[in-house]
Design a protein around this ligand. Sequence first.
Ligand SMILES: *[C@@H]1O[C@H](CO)[C@@H](O)[C@H](O)[C@H]1NC(C)=O
Ligand SMILES: *[C@@H]1O[C@H](CO)[C@@H](O)[C@H](O)[C@H]1NC(C)=O
Ligand SMILES: *[C@@H]1O[C@H](CO)[C@@H](O)[C@H](O)[C@H]1NC(C)=O
Ligand SMILES: *[C@@H]1O[C@H](CO)[C@@H](O)[C@H](O)[C@H]1NC(C)=O
Ligand SMILES: *[C@@H]1O[C@H](CO)[C@@H](O)[C@H](O)[C@H]1NC(C)=O
Ligand SMILES: *[C@@H]1O[C@H](CO)[C@@H](O)[C@H](O)[C@H]1NC(C)=O
Ligand SMILES: *[C@@H]1O[C@H](CO)[C@@H](O)[C@H](O)[C@H]1NC(C)=O
Ligand SMILES: *[C@@H]1O[C@H](CO)[C@@H](O)[C@H](O)[C@H]1NC(C)=O
Ligand SMILES: *[C@@H]1O[C@H](CO)[C@@H](O)[C@H](O)[C@H]1NC(C)=O
Length: 300
Amino acid sequence: MAYERKNFRLASSSCFLFCTLFHIFITASAAAIHFETSNETDYQSLLDIKGLIQGDPFQALSSWNDSIHFCDWRGVTCGLLHQRVTVLNMSSFYLVGSLSPSVGNLTFLRELNIQDNDFHGMIPEEVGRLFRLQYLRFANNSFEGELPLNITGCSELSILDLRGNRLIGGIRDDLSTLSKLYALSLSRNNFSGSIPPSLGNISSLQILNMSRNNLGGNIPAEIGWLSNLHVLELSSNRLLGAVSPQLYNISTLQIFSITNNLLSGQFPATVGLTLPNLTLFLADLNQFFGSIPTTLANAS
Ligand SMILES: *[C@@H]1O[C@H](CO)[C@@H](O)[C@H](O)[C@H]1NC(C)=O
Ligand SMILES: *[C@@H]1O[C@H](CO)[C@@H](O)[C@H](O)[C@H]1NC(C)=O
Ligand SMILES: *[C@@H]1O[C@H](CO)[C@@H](O)[C@H](O)[C@H]1NC(C)=O
Ligand SMILES: *[C@@H]1O[C@H](CO)[C@@H](O)[C@H](O)[C@H]1NC(C)=O
Ligand SMILES: *[C@@H]1O[C@H](CO)[C@@H](O)[C@H](O)[C@H]1NC(C)=O
Ligand SMILES: *[C@@H]1O[C@H](CO)[C@@H](O)[C@H](O)[C@H]1NC(C)=O
Ligand SMILES: *[C@@H]1O[C@H](CO)[C@@H](O)[C@H](O)[C@H]1NC(C)=O
Ligand SMILES: *[C@@H]1O[C@H](CO)[C@@H](O)[C@H](O)[C@H]1NC(C)=O
Ligand SMILES: *[C@@H]1O[C@H](CO)[C@@H](O)[C@H](O)[C@H]1NC(C)=O
Protein backbone atom coordinates (compact mmCIF):
# COMPACT_ATOMS: atom_id res chain seq x y z
CA MET A 1 0.00 0.00 0.00
CA ALA A 2 2.79 2.42 0.93
CA TYR A 3 4.54 1.54 -2.29
CA GLU A 4 1.40 2.27 -4.32
CA ARG A 5 0.88 5.61 -2.60
CA LYS A 6 4.42 6.63 -3.41
CA ASN A 7 3.86 5.83 -7.06
CA PHE A 8 0.67 7.86 -7.06
CA ARG A 9 2.47 10.85 -5.63
CA LEU A 10 5.18 10.61 -8.30
CA ALA A 11 2.57 10.43 -11.02
CA SER A 12 -0.01 12.72 -9.48
CA SER A 13 0.72 15.82 -11.53
CA SER A 14 0.33 14.02 -14.83
CA CYS A 15 -2.66 11.78 -14.27
CA PHE A 16 -5.35 13.56 -12.30
CA LEU A 17 -8.11 11.89 -14.29
CA PHE A 18 -6.56 8.44 -14.10
CA CYS A 19 -6.10 8.71 -10.35
CA THR A 20 -9.69 9.80 -9.85
CA LEU A 21 -11.01 6.92 -11.92
CA PHE A 22 -8.74 4.51 -10.12
CA HIS A 23 -9.99 5.79 -6.79
CA ILE A 24 -13.59 5.29 -7.87
CA PHE A 25 -12.72 1.76 -8.99
CA ILE A 26 -11.09 0.92 -5.62
CA THR A 27 -14.04 2.35 -3.68
CA ALA A 28 -16.58 0.53 -5.84
CA SER A 29 -14.86 -2.84 -5.57
CA ALA A 30 -14.46 -2.47 -1.81
CA ALA A 31 -18.20 -1.80 -1.60
CA ALA A 32 -18.93 -4.83 -3.80
CA ILE A 33 -16.79 -7.11 -1.60
CA HIS A 34 -18.52 -5.80 1.51
CA PHE A 35 -21.91 -6.19 -0.14
CA GLU A 36 -21.21 -9.77 -1.12
CA THR A 37 -19.98 -10.92 2.31
CA SER A 38 -23.01 -9.26 3.88
CA ASN A 39 -25.67 -10.94 1.79
CA GLU A 40 -23.79 -14.23 2.11
CA THR A 41 -23.96 -13.80 5.90
CA ASP A 42 -27.73 -13.44 5.75
CA TYR A 43 -27.99 -16.46 3.47
CA GLN A 44 -25.86 -18.54 5.85
CA SER A 45 -27.84 -17.33 8.89
CA LEU A 46 -31.12 -18.40 7.32
CA LEU A 47 -29.63 -21.82 6.52
CA ASP A 48 -28.46 -22.12 10.15
CA ILE A 49 -31.97 -21.22 11.35
CA LYS A 50 -33.46 -23.84 9.08
CA GLY A 51 -30.83 -26.32 10.24
CA LEU A 52 -32.10 -26.25 13.83
CA ILE A 53 -35.73 -26.88 12.85
CA GLN A 54 -36.51 -30.46 13.80
CA GLY A 55 -40.13 -30.52 12.74
CA ASP A 56 -41.91 -28.78 9.86
CA PRO A 57 -45.14 -30.78 9.45
CA PHE A 58 -46.62 -28.47 6.83
CA GLN A 59 -43.39 -27.97 4.82
CA ALA A 60 -43.53 -24.26 5.61
CA LEU A 61 -39.82 -24.01 4.76
CA SER A 62 -39.88 -25.97 1.51
CA SER A 63 -39.19 -22.80 -0.47
CA TRP A 64 -35.99 -22.31 1.53
CA ASN A 65 -33.85 -23.97 -1.14
CA ASP A 66 -31.37 -22.84 -3.76
CA SER A 67 -33.80 -22.84 -6.66
CA ILE A 68 -34.77 -19.28 -5.71
CA HIS A 69 -32.93 -16.38 -4.08
CA PHE A 70 -33.20 -16.30 -0.27
CA CYS A 71 -35.00 -12.97 -0.46
CA ASP A 72 -37.89 -14.88 -2.05
CA TRP A 73 -38.03 -17.60 0.60
CA ARG A 74 -41.35 -17.78 2.44
CA GLY A 75 -41.40 -15.38 5.38
CA VAL A 76 -38.27 -13.50 4.27
CA THR A 77 -38.37 -9.86 3.21
CA CYS A 78 -35.22 -8.05 2.06
CA GLY A 79 -34.42 -4.39 1.68
CA LEU A 80 -34.46 -3.35 -1.98
CA LEU A 81 -31.09 -1.66 -1.93
CA HIS A 82 -28.77 -4.13 -0.23
CA GLN A 83 -30.69 -7.42 -0.37
CA ARG A 84 -30.34 -7.80 3.38
CA VAL A 85 -33.09 -9.46 5.41
CA THR A 86 -35.24 -6.79 7.06
CA VAL A 87 -38.24 -8.90 8.09
CA LEU A 88 -38.35 -12.55 9.10
CA ASN A 89 -41.94 -13.62 9.67
CA MET A 90 -42.38 -17.29 10.47
CA SER A 91 -45.52 -16.88 12.57
CA SER A 92 -47.82 -19.92 12.67
CA PHE A 93 -45.46 -22.06 10.56
CA TYR A 94 -45.99 -24.89 13.12
CA LEU A 95 -42.23 -25.33 13.40
CA VAL A 96 -40.58 -27.37 16.14
CA GLY A 97 -36.96 -26.71 17.04
CA SER A 98 -34.62 -24.25 18.66
CA LEU A 99 -33.59 -20.81 17.48
CA SER A 100 -30.11 -20.64 15.99
CA PRO A 101 -27.72 -18.07 17.52
CA SER A 102 -26.98 -17.11 13.89
CA VAL A 103 -30.19 -15.08 14.01
CA GLY A 104 -27.96 -12.41 15.58
CA ASN A 105 -26.11 -12.07 12.27
CA LEU A 106 -29.22 -10.80 10.49
CA THR A 107 -28.21 -7.32 11.52
CA PHE A 108 -30.57 -5.53 9.15
CA LEU A 109 -33.62 -7.09 10.80
CA ARG A 110 -36.34 -4.70 11.85
CA GLU A 111 -38.96 -7.35 12.54
CA LEU A 112 -38.55 -10.88 13.86
CA ASN A 113 -41.82 -12.75 14.22
CA ILE A 114 -41.78 -16.42 15.16
CA GLN A 115 -44.93 -16.43 17.26
CA ASP A 116 -47.22 -19.46 17.36
CA ASN A 117 -44.62 -22.16 16.78
CA ASP A 118 -42.92 -24.60 19.09
CA PHE A 119 -39.46 -23.16 19.54
CA HIS A 120 -37.83 -24.47 22.71
CA GLY A 121 -34.51 -24.03 24.48
CA MET A 122 -33.08 -20.66 25.40
CA ILE A 123 -33.54 -17.41 23.55
CA PRO A 124 -30.01 -16.94 22.18
CA GLU A 125 -27.99 -14.03 23.63
CA GLU A 126 -27.06 -13.13 20.05
CA VAL A 127 -30.54 -11.64 19.62
CA GLY A 128 -29.04 -8.63 21.39
CA ARG A 129 -26.90 -7.89 18.33
CA LEU A 130 -30.01 -6.91 16.36
CA PHE A 131 -29.60 -3.23 16.99
CA ARG A 132 -32.13 -2.24 14.32
CA LEU A 133 -34.87 -4.56 15.60
CA GLN A 134 -38.21 -2.88 16.30
CA TYR A 135 -40.57 -5.83 16.66
CA LEU A 136 -39.64 -9.00 18.50
CA ARG A 137 -42.60 -11.38 18.59
CA PHE A 138 -41.94 -14.75 20.19
CA ALA A 139 -45.40 -15.34 21.75
CA ASN A 140 -46.79 -18.86 22.04
CA ASN A 141 -43.63 -20.94 21.93
CA SER A 142 -41.82 -23.01 24.54
CA PHE A 143 -38.76 -20.89 25.20
CA GLU A 144 -37.10 -21.68 28.52
CA GLY A 145 -34.55 -20.03 30.78
CA GLU A 146 -34.15 -16.36 31.54
CA LEU A 147 -34.52 -13.24 29.45
CA PRO A 148 -31.27 -12.86 27.51
CA LEU A 149 -28.96 -10.39 29.27
CA ASN A 150 -28.14 -8.94 25.91
CA ILE A 151 -31.68 -7.98 24.97
CA THR A 152 -30.89 -4.40 25.94
CA GLY A 153 -28.72 -4.28 22.80
CA CYS A 154 -31.98 -4.11 20.81
CA SER A 155 -32.24 -0.43 21.58
CA GLU A 156 -34.78 0.31 18.85
CA LEU A 157 -37.33 -2.20 20.19
CA SER A 158 -40.90 -1.04 20.11
CA ILE A 159 -42.65 -4.35 20.79
CA LEU A 160 -41.20 -7.07 23.03
CA ASP A 161 -43.78 -9.84 23.05
CA LEU A 162 -42.77 -13.02 24.89
CA ARG A 163 -46.25 -14.07 26.04
CA GLY A 164 -46.95 -17.73 26.52
CA ASN A 165 -43.51 -19.27 26.94
CA ARG A 166 -41.75 -20.95 29.84
CA LEU A 167 -39.42 -18.17 30.82
CA ILE A 168 -38.22 -17.94 34.40
CA GLY A 169 -36.12 -15.64 36.57
CA GLY A 170 -36.47 -11.98 37.35
CA ILE A 171 -37.51 -9.06 35.21
CA ARG A 172 -34.27 -7.12 35.14
CA ASP A 173 -34.35 -3.42 35.83
CA ASP A 174 -32.11 -2.64 32.84
CA LEU A 175 -35.08 -3.38 30.57
CA SER A 176 -35.86 0.26 31.24
CA THR A 177 -33.02 1.19 28.89
CA LEU A 178 -35.29 0.06 26.03
CA SER A 179 -36.56 3.58 25.86
CA LYS A 180 -38.63 3.19 22.71
CA LEU A 181 -40.82 0.35 24.00
CA TYR A 182 -44.48 0.65 23.18
CA ALA A 183 -45.54 -2.83 24.36
CA LEU A 184 -43.89 -5.02 26.97
CA SER A 185 -45.79 -8.28 27.02
CA LEU A 186 -44.42 -10.96 29.30
CA SER A 187 -47.64 -12.66 30.41
CA ARG A 188 -48.11 -16.42 30.75
CA ASN A 189 -44.56 -17.26 31.74
CA ASN A 190 -43.04 -18.04 35.09
CA PHE A 191 -41.19 -14.82 35.84
CA SER A 192 -40.59 -14.32 39.55
CA GLY A 193 -39.20 -11.62 41.83
CA SER A 194 -40.77 -8.19 41.79
CA ILE A 195 -41.66 -5.61 39.18
CA PRO A 196 -38.68 -3.24 38.82
CA PRO A 197 -39.53 0.39 39.62
CA SER A 198 -37.28 1.43 36.72
CA LEU A 199 -40.00 0.36 34.28
CA GLY A 200 -41.68 3.62 35.25
CA ASN A 201 -38.99 5.35 33.20
CA ILE A 202 -40.12 3.89 29.86
CA SER A 203 -42.29 6.85 29.04
CA SER A 204 -43.24 5.53 25.59
CA LEU A 205 -44.92 2.46 27.10
CA GLN A 206 -48.59 1.99 26.19
CA ILE A 207 -49.04 -1.70 26.98
CA LEU A 208 -47.64 -3.43 30.05
CA ASN A 209 -48.86 -7.01 30.27
CA MET A 210 -47.36 -9.24 32.95
CA SER A 211 -50.39 -11.34 33.84
CA ARG A 212 -50.09 -15.00 34.84
CA ASN A 213 -46.56 -15.09 36.18
CA ASN A 214 -45.17 -15.60 39.62
CA LEU A 215 -44.40 -11.95 40.45
CA GLY A 216 -44.44 -10.85 44.07
CA GLY A 217 -43.88 -7.73 46.14
CA ASN A 218 -45.67 -4.43 45.75
CA ILE A 219 -46.66 -2.79 42.50
CA PRO A 220 -44.08 0.02 42.33
CA ALA A 221 -45.56 3.50 42.56
CA GLU A 222 -43.21 4.46 39.70
CA ILE A 223 -45.49 2.57 37.29
CA GLY A 224 -47.79 5.57 37.84
CA TRP A 225 -45.25 7.71 35.93
CA LEU A 226 -46.19 5.94 32.69
CA SER A 227 -48.28 8.77 31.36
CA ASN A 228 -49.06 7.11 28.02
CA LEU A 229 -50.15 3.75 29.38
CA HIS A 230 -53.35 2.29 27.92
CA VAL A 231 -53.14 -1.25 29.25
CA LEU A 232 -51.95 -2.27 32.70
CA GLU A 233 -52.47 -6.00 33.01
CA LEU A 234 -50.98 -7.54 36.16
CA SER A 235 -53.56 -10.20 36.94
CA SER A 236 -52.78 -13.65 38.38
CA ASN A 237 -49.51 -13.01 40.16
CA ARG A 238 -48.71 -12.82 43.86
CA LEU A 239 -48.57 -9.04 44.13
CA LEU A 240 -48.99 -7.75 47.67
CA GLY A 241 -50.02 -4.76 49.69
CA ALA A 242 -51.80 -1.54 48.92
CA VAL A 243 -51.97 -0.16 45.40
CA SER A 244 -50.23 3.19 45.22
CA PRO A 245 -52.66 6.12 44.59
CA GLN A 246 -50.47 7.10 41.63
CA LEU A 247 -51.63 4.02 39.73
CA TYR A 248 -55.20 5.27 39.80
CA ASN A 249 -53.93 8.50 38.32
CA ILE A 250 -52.78 7.35 34.85
CA SER A 251 -55.48 9.20 32.96
CA THR A 252 -54.79 7.44 29.66
CA LEU A 253 -55.60 3.97 31.07
CA GLN A 254 -58.26 1.95 29.29
CA ILE A 255 -57.63 -1.48 30.78
CA PHE A 256 -56.70 -1.79 34.44
CA SER A 257 -56.48 -5.40 35.54
CA ILE A 258 -55.07 -6.49 38.87
CA THR A 259 -57.33 -9.51 39.33
CA ASN A 260 -56.18 -12.51 41.35
CA ASN A 261 -53.36 -11.18 43.50
CA LEU A 262 -52.93 -10.50 47.21
CA LEU A 263 -53.60 -6.77 47.00
CA SER A 264 -55.36 -4.92 49.78
CA GLY A 265 -56.65 -1.52 50.82
CA GLN A 266 -59.46 0.61 49.42
CA PHE A 267 -60.18 2.11 46.03
CA PRO A 268 -59.85 5.91 45.94
CA ALA A 269 -63.22 7.64 45.78
CA THR A 270 -62.10 9.60 42.71
CA VAL A 271 -61.08 6.64 40.54
CA GLY A 272 -63.75 7.22 37.88
CA LEU A 273 -62.63 10.84 37.54
CA THR A 274 -58.90 10.19 37.33
CA LEU A 275 -59.37 7.30 34.86
CA PRO A 276 -61.95 8.76 32.46
CA ASN A 277 -61.25 6.37 29.58
CA LEU A 278 -61.55 3.08 31.45
CA THR A 279 -63.18 0.27 29.54
CA LEU A 280 -62.17 -2.55 31.90
CA PHE A 281 -61.48 -2.38 35.61
CA LEU A 282 -60.77 -5.83 37.03
CA ALA A 283 -59.80 -6.14 40.66
CA ASP A 284 -61.57 -9.25 41.92
CA LEU A 285 -59.86 -12.09 43.82
CA ASN A 286 -57.86 -9.79 46.08
CA GLN A 287 -58.27 -8.54 49.64
CA PHE A 288 -59.74 -5.10 49.00
CA PHE A 289 -62.29 -3.69 51.40
CA GLY A 290 -64.56 -0.67 51.57
CA SER A 291 -67.06 0.38 48.94
CA ILE A 292 -67.07 0.56 45.16
CA PRO A 293 -66.51 4.23 44.24
CA THR A 294 -69.59 5.84 42.72
CA THR A 295 -67.34 7.97 40.50
CA LEU A 296 -66.81 4.90 38.32
CA ALA A 297 -70.07 5.92 36.68
CA ASN A 298 -68.16 8.91 35.28
CA ALA A 299 -65.83 6.68 33.29
CA SER A 300 -68.33 6.66 30.47
C1 LIG B 1 -24.79 -11.59 -3.06
O1 LIG B 1 -24.68 -10.51 -3.97
C2 LIG B 1 -23.82 -10.77 -5.07
C3 LIG B 1 -23.70 -9.49 -5.87
O2 LIG B 1 -24.93 -9.02 -6.29
C4 LIG B 1 -24.41 -11.92 -5.90
O3 LIG B 1 -23.53 -12.22 -6.97
C5 LIG B 1 -24.54 -13.15 -5.02
O4 LIG B 1 -25.19 -14.17 -5.73
C6 LIG B 1 -25.38 -12.81 -3.78
N1 LIG B 1 -25.40 -13.95 -2.89
C7 LIG B 1 -26.52 -14.42 -2.40
C8 LIG B 1 -26.43 -15.62 -1.50
O5 LIG B 1 -27.59 -13.91 -2.64
C1 LIG C 1 -37.70 -25.25 -3.82
O1 LIG C 1 -38.49 -24.07 -3.80
C2 LIG C 1 -39.34 -23.92 -4.92
C3 LIG C 1 -39.99 -22.54 -4.84
O2 LIG C 1 -40.84 -22.46 -3.74
C4 LIG C 1 -40.35 -25.07 -4.94
O3 LIG C 1 -41.18 -24.94 -6.07
C5 LIG C 1 -39.62 -26.39 -4.96
O4 LIG C 1 -40.55 -27.45 -4.83
C6 LIG C 1 -38.61 -26.47 -3.83
N1 LIG C 1 -37.81 -27.67 -3.95
C7 LIG C 1 -37.78 -28.60 -3.02
C8 LIG C 1 -36.86 -29.75 -3.26
O5 LIG C 1 -38.44 -28.52 -2.00
C1 LIG D 1 -24.16 -9.04 23.19
O1 LIG D 1 -24.40 -7.74 22.68
C2 LIG D 1 -23.22 -7.04 22.33
C3 LIG D 1 -23.61 -5.64 21.96
O2 LIG D 1 -24.85 -5.57 21.35
C4 LIG D 1 -22.51 -7.78 21.21
O3 LIG D 1 -21.34 -7.13 20.87
C5 LIG D 1 -22.20 -9.20 21.67
O4 LIG D 1 -21.65 -9.91 20.61
C6 LIG D 1 -23.47 -9.87 22.13
N1 LIG D 1 -23.18 -11.18 22.67
C7 LIG D 1 -23.54 -12.28 22.05
C8 LIG D 1 -23.23 -13.56 22.74
O5 LIG D 1 -24.11 -12.23 20.99
C1 LIG E 1 -51.48 -17.64 21.37
O1 LIG E 1 -52.32 -18.69 21.77
C2 LIG E 1 -53.57 -18.25 22.31
C3 LIG E 1 -54.31 -19.46 22.82
O2 LIG E 1 -54.22 -20.52 21.94
C4 LIG E 1 -54.33 -17.48 21.24
O3 LIG E 1 -55.53 -16.99 21.75
C5 LIG E 1 -53.48 -16.32 20.74
O4 LIG E 1 -54.10 -15.65 19.69
C6 LIG E 1 -52.12 -16.83 20.26
N1 LIG E 1 -51.27 -15.77 19.75
C7 LIG E 1 -50.69 -14.81 20.47
C8 LIG E 1 -49.87 -13.85 19.75
O5 LIG E 1 -50.82 -14.72 21.68
C1 LIG F 1 -52.22 -10.01 28.12
O1 LIG F 1 -51.69 -11.20 27.58
C2 LIG F 1 -52.59 -12.30 27.55
C3 LIG F 1 -51.91 -13.46 26.94
O2 LIG F 1 -50.85 -13.86 27.68
C4 LIG F 1 -53.78 -11.98 26.70
O3 LIG F 1 -54.71 -13.03 26.74
C5 LIG F 1 -54.42 -10.72 27.19
O4 LIG F 1 -55.44 -10.36 26.29
C6 LIG F 1 -53.41 -9.59 27.29
N1 LIG F 1 -54.06 -8.46 27.87
C7 LIG F 1 -54.22 -7.34 27.22
C8 LIG F 1 -55.02 -6.31 27.93
O5 LIG F 1 -53.73 -7.14 26.12
C1 LIG G 1 -42.59 -21.54 38.43
O1 LIG G 1 -41.45 -21.29 39.24
C2 LIG G 1 -41.61 -21.68 40.59
C3 LIG G 1 -40.36 -21.27 41.32
O2 LIG G 1 -40.11 -19.91 41.11
C4 LIG G 1 -41.85 -23.17 40.65
O3 LIG G 1 -42.05 -23.56 41.99
C5 LIG G 1 -43.07 -23.53 39.83
O4 LIG G 1 -43.22 -24.93 39.77
C6 LIG G 1 -42.93 -23.01 38.41
N1 LIG G 1 -44.19 -23.21 37.72
C7 LIG G 1 -44.26 -23.68 36.49
C8 LIG G 1 -45.63 -23.81 35.91
O5 LIG G 1 -43.26 -23.99 35.85
C1 LIG H 1 -35.27 6.85 36.00
O1 LIG H 1 -34.29 7.50 35.20
C2 LIG H 1 -33.57 8.51 35.90
C3 LIG H 1 -32.69 9.21 34.90
O2 LIG H 1 -31.99 8.29 34.14
C4 LIG H 1 -32.80 7.89 37.03
O3 LIG H 1 -32.10 8.87 37.73
C5 LIG H 1 -33.77 7.19 37.97
O4 LIG H 1 -33.07 6.52 38.97
C6 LIG H 1 -34.64 6.21 37.21
N1 LIG H 1 -35.67 5.73 38.07
C7 LIG H 1 -35.82 4.46 38.38
C8 LIG H 1 -36.94 4.12 39.28
O5 LIG H 1 -35.10 3.60 37.90
C1 LIG I 1 -52.67 12.83 40.24
O1 LIG I 1 -52.55 13.75 39.17
C2 LIG I 1 -52.89 15.07 39.53
C3 LIG I 1 -52.87 15.93 38.29
O2 LIG I 1 -52.02 15.44 37.30
C4 LIG I 1 -51.92 15.57 40.58
O3 LIG I 1 -52.23 16.87 40.97
C5 LIG I 1 -51.99 14.65 41.80
O4 LIG I 1 -51.02 15.02 42.75
C6 LIG I 1 -51.76 13.21 41.38
N1 LIG I 1 -52.00 12.35 42.52
C7 LIG I 1 -51.21 11.33 42.80
C8 LIG I 1 -51.58 10.53 43.99
O5 LIG I 1 -50.24 11.03 42.13
C1 LIG J 1 -59.69 9.57 26.21
O1 LIG J 1 -60.10 9.11 24.93
C2 LIG J 1 -60.40 10.15 24.02
C3 LIG J 1 -60.98 9.53 22.80
O2 LIG J 1 -60.18 8.49 22.33
C4 LIG J 1 -59.16 10.95 23.77
O3 LIG J 1 -59.41 11.99 22.88
C5 LIG J 1 -58.64 11.52 25.08
O4 LIG J 1 -57.40 12.18 24.88
C6 LIG J 1 -58.44 10.41 26.10
N1 LIG J 1 -58.11 10.96 27.39
C7 LIG J 1 -57.02 10.68 28.03
C8 LIG J 1 -56.85 11.34 29.34
O5 LIG J 1 -56.20 9.87 27.59
